[in-house]
Design a protein around this ligand. Structure first.
Ligand SMILES: [Zn+2]
Length: 106
């Protein structure tokens, strides 16, 4: 899956959550989501079809979601930005999980 597809997915989910009032619409928020959406393939570049390891796993997805919730609730401004990066990251992994390769467990 291409980087821009992940960015589009992350921004779509962020936009929906922002419309619901969960996040505010800011340039910083958009930058954070885009960074988070691209980060998994920066950590584990798609050099071949087995590139998905720990940072593309279901286990790490759970870690990212929990960290995102905690940071959003208790992290203030910076925590909220990191939570948005977690959102982009989580959407990336969820999109990858829908491909034939799927995600490894851990
Ligand atoms: Zn990926």
């Amino acid at each position: 899956m291409r980087g821009r597809t992940h960015v589009a997915g992350g921004l779509a989910v962020y936009g929906a959550l922002a419309l619901l009032g969960v996040f505010s619409f800011t340039v910083w928020a958009i930058i954070a989501v885009v960074f988070g959406a691209l980060l998994p393939d920066m950590l584990e570049p798609a050099v071949d079809y087995t590139h998905r390891k720990f940072f593309h796993s279901w286990l790490f997805l759970i870690v990212v979601i929990v960290a995102g919730f905690v940071l959003k609730l208790f992290g203030g401004f910076v925590g909220s930005l990191i939570a948005l990066a977690c959102l982009g990251y989580a959407v990336h992994l969820l999109m990858d999980s829908r491909t034939p390769m799927g995600l490894p467990d851990k």
